[in-house]
Design a protein around this ligand. Structure first.
Ligand code: ADP
Length: 301
């Protein structure tokens, strides 16, 4: 039977509309708008697109935004100083530095420079630690989007088998964290049994694991890594891959995920498409995090 295709664009709009309505209300009551600072370094084309989409979502929801672009040659100190200036600006609620940063800049230093209460990407080590300790935090937008899709679609995670392919610190790891942790704590995690696969999972073992999945989350950056034979009938398949490939028929570049969508869609219960799945959800969750920062919903004391 054919899978239900999860409409990430529609779900993201639902979330952005909720944020927009909330902002309309606070503004009507005489308060200022939330404000997000987006910092980008260099000329990475994918980063440009991501930042553009984030600014567009800010405009839609009514979040004030400022996009700051620094040249590739900017020094680490200059970047850290800029972040610090935003940390100390009371009119700024959220700060994010679009990754990757150039080689001469230490990514970890940059992530830790963003003060935890404005760290809407959740990449500061304090917020990573909070997530791993089941404490309220800014959950990185992509994993937050995964959990939101699961909740809003009504997919059960409690006691289910989840398999995450990919263990990056910003995507795979936090997805696994949220899926396995105890739902009774502040992160409202999934209580699933989680298997985390990565590049050293032997290729012949990968299908053994993925076939156990009631929920399969894939974030590897490899087109068609997941084929239909690797998926359990009726499983929920969440594709976080964003790969730019050249279409053999048209010669144009197109976006594909890590899942062989056409074939897997015949077997899965639910599936997210690329594009139109987790991409828009990620942007929507960033808007939600910015609103959380504005409302000071997280107690960092
Ligand atoms: P993202 O930022 O989207 O998470 P990364 O490129 O940082 O992407 O990470 C890719 C992840 O995919 C890594 O954790 C890597 O171990 C994992 N990976 C790569 N190849 C495979 C594979 N064949 N099977 C399972 N996981 C893989």
């Amino acid at each position: 039977s054919a899978a239900k295709i999860i409409n990430g664009v529609a779900l993201a709009k639902e979330i952005k509309d909720e944020v927009k309505n909330e902002i309309d209300e606070v503004v009507a009551s005489g308060k200022r708008r939330p404000k997000l600072i987006v910092i980008r370094v260099g000329e990475d084309p994918a980063s440009k697109t991501y930042v553009k989409n984030k600014i567009k979502a800010c405009e839609y929801t009514g979040i004030e935004s400022e996009s700051i672009t620094l040249p590739t040659t900017v020094s680490e100190d200059e970047l850290l100083n800029l972040i610090n200036k935003q940390n100390n600006d009371d009119s700024v609620d959220g700060i994010l530095v679009q990754l990757p940063v150039p080689e001469h800049i230490t990514e970890r230093k940059v992530c830790n420079a963003v003060t935890p209460s404005k760290d809407v990407d959740g990449f500061n080590v304090i917020n990573v630690g909070r997530l791993c300790s089941d404490q309220m935090t800014f959950i990185p937008a992509t994993p937050a989007g995964v959990m939101e899709v699961i909740r809003r679609t009504g997919i059960e995670t409690f006691g289910k088998n989840a398999v995450v392919c990919g263990r990056s610190k910003n995507v795979g790891m936090p997805c696994a964290m949220l899926l396995h942790a105890d739902g009774k704590y502040e992160t409202q995690a999934g209580d699933a049994t989680v298997t985390l696969c990565h590049r050293y999972t032997p290729p012949e073992q990968l299908p053994v694991f993925t076939k156990t999945a009631d929920i399969l989350v894939v974030a590897c950056g490899i087109p068609k890594l997941i084929t239909a034979d690797m998926v359990k009938e009726g499983a929920t398949v969440i594709d976080i891959g964003i790969n730019r490939i050249v279409d053999e028929k048209t010669g144009k570049t197109k976006l594909v995920g890590d899942v062989d969508f056409e074939e897997v869609a015949k077997k899965a219960g639910y599936i997210t498409p690329v594009p139109g799945g987790m991409g828009p959800m990620t942007v929507a969750m960033l808007m939600k995090n910015t609103m959380m920062a504005y409302k000071k919903e997280i107690n960092f004391d």
